[in-house]
Design a protein around this ligand. Structure first.
Ligand SMILES: *[C@@H]1O[C@H](CO)[C@@H](O)[C@H](O)[C@H]1NC(C)=O
Ligand SMILES: *[C@@H]1O[C@H](CO)[C@@H](O)[C@H](O)[C@H]1NC(C)=O
Ligand SMILES: *[C@@H]1O[C@H](CO)[C@@H](O)[C@H](O)[C@H]1NC(C)=O
Ligand SMILES: *[C@@H]1O[C@H](CO)[C@@H](O)[C@H](O)[C@H]1NC(C)=O
Ligand SMILES: *[C@@H]1O[C@H](CO)[C@@H](O)[C@H](O)[C@H]1NC(C)=O
Ligand SMILES: *[C@@H]1O[C@H](CO)[C@@H](O)[C@H](O)[C@H]1NC(C)=O
Ligand SMILES: [Cu+2]
Length: 228
């Protein structure tokens, strides 16, 4: 991204400038130059934390790119180990989706606590929410928001004046699902197509599991070669 974008971001989000800024709950600060660094864009916890609802709540951010494959994770704890050899940010709150549109606010109103973490979450517990954006150039951008779970934050945030000023989607901001290639490809269908090709070429075809297996392998090989 060009340095001029820095200024654009600064104009957009008064609090910080980066490839993307988390506005609710607030991120750690300006990480423009280091946002490529796992897991939190090169900034460590500065002691500041935002209250965030114990039952889950909104997450709002201002991205700059046309689109980004976006994942939201959480790590529980006061002092989350953030070395690169251990990934504590391995609890997924929102699985990877295609966030579309930039230079505006994007807000998911009801992000839930992962079921596996519910027993650990109660008022006063500290945690860090990580937002990851994989952008078209292949760069992964990281940004984190330090929180303390609160039983009263949902009510405060529920006030329409607060909600409407923080959690909205600007014009042209949206999202679409990423289909999972593993489940979207119908290998049976592929195998049958392969067999039909062989039939057309005059080969003897019997639908045994062996033929199907080799046919599948061939289909996958074709798929893989087409990817490159
Ligand atoms: C903590 O947040 C306050 C209020 O936003 C800010 O003035 C202060 O600089 C922050 N502290 C650090 C260490 O970033
Ligand atoms: C949570 O973080 C705050 C601010 O950094 C700190 O004062 C508090 O002791 C922490 N709470 C726990 C339970 O560690
Ligand atoms: C993601 O969204 C962008 C912008 O709408 C679109 O051009 C792109 O094809 C999408 N990519 C995938 C894999 O959904
Ligand atoms: C956001 O603004 C910057 C600077 O004007 C521009 O280069 C970029 O293309 C814009 N992004 C989108 C998605 O409009
Ligand atoms: C913003 O758009 C996303 C994706 O379409 C949607 O899930 C979300 O509910 C929208 N946010 C608001 C505040 O309407
Ligand atoms: C996959 O293709 C086969 C053969 O056409 C069909 O019978 C089956 O219903 C398909 N499966 C799915 C999940 O679409
Ligand atoms: Cu960028």
């Amino acid at each position: 991204m060009l340095p001029s974008l820095f200024l654009a971001a600064a104009a957009l989000a008064s609090t910080a400038s980066a490839h993307f800024v988390i506005t609710y709950p607030a991120d750690r600060g300006n990480s423009y130059n280091t946002q490529f660094q796992f897991p939190c864009g090169g900034l460590s916890n500065n002691g500041n934390r935002s209250a965030w609802p114990t039952n889950g709540g909104a997450i709002a951010f201002v991205p700059l790119h046309d689109f980004a494959f976006t994942t939201i994770n959480i790590a529980i704890g006061n002092s989350v180990q953030e070395t690169t050899d251990v990934n504590r940010y391995n609890h997924i709150m929102v699985a990877t989706f295609n966030q579309t549109g930039g230079n505006g606010t994007f807000c998911l109103p009801t992000v839930k606590i992962p079921g596996s973490l519910k027993p650990l979450v109660k008022a006063g517990v500290n945690a860090t929410i990580q937002v990851v954006q994989l952008v078209a150039s292949g760069s992964a951008l990281y940004n984190c928001a330090d929180i303390t779970f609160s039983d009263t934050e949902a009510q405060r945030f529920g006030n329409p004046q607060i909600w409407n000023s923080i959690c909205f989607n600007s014009t042209n901001m949206g999202a679409n699902r990423l289909s999972n290639a593993e489940t979207a490809v119908n290998y049976t269908e592929l195998a049958l197509q392969e067999l039909n090709l062989k039939t057309a070429a005059g080969a003897q075809v019997s639908l045994t599991s062996t033929t199907l297996f080799f046919s599948l392998a061939a289909s996958i090989a074709v798929l893989l070669s087409e990817m490159w």
